[in-house]
Write a protein of this length. Structure first.
Length: 90
């Protein structure tokens, strides 16, 4: 069976983005509970940084197995880090 070596397919990007969004929802709920309902842009920035961390770990592991899928994890992590830094610095 031939392998599909296309890196950036819509299905892969969508599934990885969905996984990252679920992590973000969990981080947001945790931040909401621990901050007594006070959510500032810095807190949202921290949530985005927390969303990037699992993607970085998974991307590192994917380098051993499927490099082309790891690139998508790195792309999503980079977007989360950039958004997080911008929100924290505002």
């Amino acid at each position: 069976m031939p392998e599909n070596k296309q890196t950036f397919t819509l299905k892969r990007i969508g599934l990885i983005t969905l996984m990252t969004a679920l992590i973000g929802i969990g981080a947001y709920v945790t931040a909401h509970e621990f901050n007594d309902g006070v959510i500032t842009p810095a807190v949202i920035g921290s949530v985005f940084l927390g969303m990037a961390f699992p993607n970085l770990l998974i991307a590192g592991m994917m380098r051993l197995f499927q490099v082309h899928v790891g690139k998508i994890f790195l792309l999503i992590a980079a977007v989360c880090v950039i958004v997080g830094i911008v929100l924290i610095s505002v």
